[in-house]
Design a protein around this ligand. Structure first.
Ligand code: PLP
Length: 429
């Protein structure tokens, strides 16, 4: 009989945990411990030999539990479950998305190296690249999703550091504009600058679409990064991150994690295991709601433009083509421009009842915010304009609420924006 391959959603309740480890408990307990008892001094010695890479692993030998900064059952089970969605060899979880990102960047970039990155990036990542990595002597070069492969190659060559290009780091869809980047094209650019003994790595922050709707490793990426605070956690009640890739690369990332000490704790690990059981249900419902919200906004007279990849059509050319090839769902992140400017955008945000006015995304509750003055307030105004992060732009993360309630809430807040205009006209005469 052909071996049956269970899908990831079927394995989220059980994979990597054996009830006999814990008195038959169906659910993995919280291993709330900092340290682990060795059965003998010889076993403890053997665990350390492997942890420090002092010798090769013997046939059938497993890494032992030593100390929760190095490994903990809740984290290891969580890491194993996370690999299933992206079909990654290995995963490392962190205490935040930023710690996953900063640890990966520090591991693979050395002084004198060049980092090529897409713009706009998540604010924290952007700050780490421009304010921290540069202090360590890393050269950085940003490009926009609109740039062609030839233009990007030319920019790298003109930077004077093309021989030291070490990594291409991207976010797609870009936050908050939802512009898409072709991951396989990034692979091609990386290969152009790789040679026999030096591989240029491609890293993708997949927080916006993952781990369900976009699988960067499949398109040639070497590393996938997540803020697990978002869809993976999904309930706005924890901060965590993850980095996935090959055994070889993740082993390097985990070694640096051991010494930075920025792994997640067992309680966060346990909460994430619980979140993973409903990941697919939540994300699919969020995307279903988002498609209806986007369609509603696109027809609304108070809306100038809606940026949602589910609204792309053949007329959008390459963007549409990337969406159809690279993403399996339009997702649940929508940005839109209200008619007017900051005043109108704020009026909309201040009058929402069900949708919360807050940053973050990917959670069960819908969240709305104003990128120009909130998540992207640190982007210089000229650059903000170039990236289309305008004063009338609102970013909405759609949750799992009843769709009629969501449409009612958005509709009544837009009515307030319309009334504001009416007042303005009356006052203005
Ligand atoms: C939130 C976020 C991060 C940072 O993650 P934290 O868990 O807040 O540290 C990084 N990238 C993207 C795209 C995000 O949305």
């Amino acid at each position: 009989m052909k071996k049956h391959q269970f899908r990831p959603e079927s394995l989220m309740m059980s994979y990597g945990y054996h009830p006999e480890w814990s008195e038959g408990a169906v659910k993995c307990p919280i291993f709330q411990t900092s340290t682990f008892e060795f059965q003998s001094a010889e076993k403890g010695k053997a665990f350390f030999e492997l942890a420090y890479g002092l010798r090769e692993r013997r046939e059938g030998e497993k890494e032992g539990l030593i100390y929760s900064r190095l490994n903990n059952p809740d984290l290891e089970i969580l890491e194993n479950r996370l690999t299933l969605w992206d079909k990654a060899e290995e995963c490392a979880v962190f205490e935040s998305g930023m710690s996953a990102i900063s640890t990966a960047l520090l591991e693979f970039l050395k002084p004198g190296d060049l980092l090529l990155y897409s713009q706009p990036l998540y604010g924290g990542t952007s700050h780490f690249i421009s304010e921290v990595l540069t202090q360590w002597g890393v050269h950085t070069l940003g490009f926009h999703p609109e740039h062609t492969m030839a233009e990007i190659i030319q920019m790298v060559e003109r930077s004077g550091h093309s021989g030291r290009l070490a990594m291409i780091y991207i976010e797609t869809p870009a936050n908050p504009t939802n512009t898409l980047i072709d991951i396989s094209l990034m692979r091609q650019i990386a290969d152009t600058f790789s040679d026999g003994d030096r591989k240029v790595y491609v890293a993708v922050d997949n927080t916006y679409m993952g781990p369900l709707w976009q699988h960067p490793l499949k398109w040639g990426a070497d590393l996938v990064l997540y803020s697990a605070t978002k869809y993976i956690g999904g309930h706005s009640d924890l901060i965590a991150g993850a980095c996935l890739g090959s055994h070889e690369l993740i082993k390097r990332v985990k070694t640096l994690r051991t010494f930075l000490g920025n792994m997640a704790g067992p309680w966060t690990g346990w909460l994430l295991l619980r979140s993973l059981e409903t990941l697919k249900l939540r994300m699919e419902e969020q995307a279903r709601n988002a498609q209806q919200v986007a369609a509603y906004l696109a027809k609304h007279p108070q809306i100038e433009q809606v940026h949602y990849i589910g609204l792309l059509t053949e007329q959008d050319g390459a963007q549409y083509e990337i969406y159809r090839r690279q993403c399996s769902s339009p997702g649940a992140m929508i940005s839109f421009n209200v008619l007017g400017g900051e005043k109108e955008a704020f009026c909309f945000l201040n009058h929402l009842h069900l949708v919360k006015l807050a940053v973050s995304l990917g959670s069960t509750e819908s969240l709305a915010q104003h990128p120009a003055t909130m998540t992207h307030a640190g982007v210089p105004p000229a650059e903000r304009e170039e990236l289309h992060i305008t004063d009338n732009l609102i970013r909405l993360s759609v949750g799992v609420e009843n769709i009629d309630d969501l449409l009612w809430d958005i509709g009544q807040a837009l009515e307030k924006v319309k009334a504001l205009k009416g007042e303005g006209e009356r006052v203005g005469g």
